[in-house]
Design a protein around this ligand. Structure first.
Ligand code: HEM
Length: 327
């Protein structure tokens, strides 16, 4: 946690002193405020993933993982603390909501340091730049009637068509029946480096061993607004919920700076890096005390994209959200 806070502070101070922040970069505190406002300004909540379930398990690397990355987490089985969540800052959001990403945050622990991934159930993020995220969240703030202005949202989508891809992707698929019955994506382009110094650019995907468990419209109607936590408890009482971590390898023209851009996965080579096995629920306090920082907690052997403005800003934003919800 301290590492996250310090890194956040460094980025903020570094940008303002050196005057390096590009004009389009928004302040991470303003983004956190806008995300919390879009969910109805609930007290002491995560700015995203407010409703969720804390779990634990392990990660076992595949034999090929070390040919791509020298991270120690790819050399032996390591313990995992993780959290599944619903997108957004409203802790009362229905598990039945369709155009909402399911989230999966995980910390792979090693004495040398942690490896953290914070991923979603769509291959793309909703915005390309921090300023666009600020604007995207701001137009979604509820008005005096408790509802956002549908016309404003429509106009924003028309002016920023890349921000509509994620919802279109989710709307084209059934609501997942389980946090363990849907695939998740890292959305950013990572660079994996092996012990010889060879670098490979890849997007990371977690493929659910259970397959895509979608609910029919009738099944959906019969569900209460909160069913994921109970479903997961029941599922884990019978055995682990597993996901294969797969590296989808970039080809030369695949964009590495834009998390709203989809790569044509089916025509890309992929390499299995290992398997995350979720084995049991964990008390909320284990996940709530810190934040899963996908930027600060990356070991040598795996790096985020230097040219994707959405990546670096996650660190200070997550630290600000943590401080707001725990103080
Ligand atoms: C670009 C890809 C992104 C993905 C896939 C993603 C996904 C997620 C997920 C799954 C969570 C829940 C974490 C948990 O369970 O603790 C989360 C939390 C959060 N996200 Fe993101 N996010 C992304 C980008 C961003 C950006 C660019 C910002 C702001 C600049 C942001 C702000 C936050 C904040 C403030 C939290 C709450 C952190 C906490 O309180 O611990 N996210 N995100």
């Amino acid at each position: 946690m301290l590492r996250s806070l310090l890194l956040g502070a460094t980025i903020l101070v570094g940008c303002s002193l050196a005057g390096e922040a590009p004009a389009e970069e928004a302040d991470p505190g303003a983004i956190v405020n806008a995300l919390v406002a879009a969910g109805g300004n609930q007290p002491k909540v995560r700015a995203s993933g407010a409703k969720g379930v804390c779990v634990k398990g392990s990660f076992t690397p595949a034999a090929e993982a070390q040919t791509l990355s020298k991270a120690p987490h790819f050399a032996r089985t390591v313990p995992v603390t993780a959290r599944f969540s619903m997108g957004g800052s409203n802790p009362k959001v229905s598990d039945k909501a369709k155009p909402v990403t399911r989230g999966f945050a995980m910390r792979l622990a090693d004495p040398s340091g942690d490896l953290v991934f914070v991923i979603i159930s769509a291959p793309v993020f909703s915005t390309r730049t921090p300023q666009q995220l600020l604007d995207f969240a701001t137009v979604r703030a509820p008005g005096p009637d408790g509802k956002p202005d549908a016309e404003k949202i429509k106009a924003f989508g028309a002016a920023n068509p890349e921000t509509t891809r994620q919802a279109a992707w989710l709307n084209a698929r059934p609501v997942p029946a389980s946090f363990a019955g849907v695939d998740y994506w890292g959305v950013h382009a990572y660079t994996l480096t092996n012990a010889k110094g060879d670098a490979t650019v890849a997007k990371l995907k977690w493929v659910a061993a259970a397959g895509q468990l979608g609910l029919s419209e009738d099944e959906l109607k019969a569900k209460p607004d909160s069913f994921y936590a109970d479903e997961l408890k029941e599922r884990l009482s019978k055995g682990p919920a597993s996901f294969d971590l797969v590296a989808v390898l970039a080809e030369s023209n695949d964009p590495t700076n834009d998390p709203t851009a989809m790569w044509p996965e089916e025509s890309r080579k992929s390499v299995k890096l290992g398997t995350v096995a979720i084995t049991a629920l964990e008390p909320d306090a284990t996940c709530d005390a810190a934040t899963f920082d996908p930027v600060a907690d990356l070991p040598d052997g795996i790096a985020g994209p230097a040219n994707d403005p959405m990546f670096a800003i996650r660190s200070p934003a997550y630290a600000i959200s943590l401080s707001r919800r725990t103080n």
